[in-house]
Write a protein that binds this ligand. Structure first.
Ligand code: DGL
Length: 261
């Protein structure tokens, strides 16, 4: 019995709040038989407007919660936490695969081929940190990349507000300086934003292609588990939701997201 309890068999998925559910959805699509433990640090969200030091501290505390539950892999389903902490997490948890998410600039740039501007929506922290600056430097040569910091947006989504005037007003405010740009692609560089994908689509009158990193992250996770021979042979997939804010109902949010498409 003790043996089963201590066996590392779950995939831990972490986000500052509910955003990582958009990544969990993709993981489940391609690995339905796995056991998932989702940890949302809702009590401390948003991370994206906090200092690097605070984000690192919060991330390490949250991941510890997952580690104690004997995970076999960690998916950092938060662009902000990945930007700040993925290196530290890989060092600290070197015995398991640690997968980080990053804004899907690569696929956007590949399809865009310089045809118009690529707008990257993300938290202020993600956009000013080295990880993103290095990524955009690669694709800036052939594409116009516009960074759109979106303070306040993850907070709104965290409150369950995913449509209507408040969302639209923020979008107007964020994109106002760029109305004369020929924006053809929008990269959702924060895992909360897929929850408002429909609103972004309406805002741009369906004229942009929207990208997010969730599917790429899920595929990378599967690849690493496959390579390490760590995919489950169990046929009983399961999800456990844990939140640092006892009032959050991640399960409901998950159902909401599943019903979106
Ligand atoms: N979901 C997080 C991300 O992908 C950020 C939200 C927050 O600011 O906490 O960047």
């Amino acid at each position: 019995m003790a043996d089963t309890i201590s066996r590392k068999d779950a995939i831990g998925v972490f986000d500052s709040g509910m955003g990582g559910i958009s990544v969990l959805r993709e993981l489940i699509k391609i690995m339905p038989d796995e056991k998932y433990i989702y940890y949302g640090d809702n009590a401390n969200a948003p991370y994206g407007t906090k200092s690097k030091e605070t984000i690192l501290k919060l991330t390490l505390n949250a991941v510890k919660e997952l580690e104690e539950r004997k995970i076999k892999a960690l998916v950092v389903a938060c662009n902000t936490a990945t930007s700040v902490a993925v290196k530290t997490l890989r060092e600290k948890y070197s015995d398991i695969p640690v997968i980080g998410i990053e804004p899907a600039v690569k696929p956007a740039a590949y399809e865009n081929m310089g045809a118009g501007a690529i707008a990257v929506m993300a938290t202020p922290a993600t956009l000013k940190l080295e990880k993103f600056l290095n990524l955009s430097a690669i694709y800036k040569k052939d594409n116009k990349i516009i960074s759109i910091p979106c303070p306040g947006l993850a907070e709104l989504i965290e409150q369950g507000i995913t449509r209507g005037e408040q969302v639209n007003n923020l979008l107007k405010q964020f994109f106002k300086p760029y109305i004369h740009e020929n924006i053809r692609s929008v990269v959702l560089g924060c895992t909360h934003y897929p929850f408002i994908k429909n609103e972004i689509n309406i805002f741009f009158a369906g004229k942009v292609k929207i990208y997010d990193g969730a599917n790429g992250t899920a595929r990378q996770t599967k690849r690493l588990l496959e390579q390490a021979g760590m995919l489950t042979d169990n046929k009983k997939g399961s999800i456990e939701f844990i939140s640092s804010n006892k009032n959050k109902k991640e399960q409901e949010l998950f159902d909401f997201l599943l019903n979106m498409e």
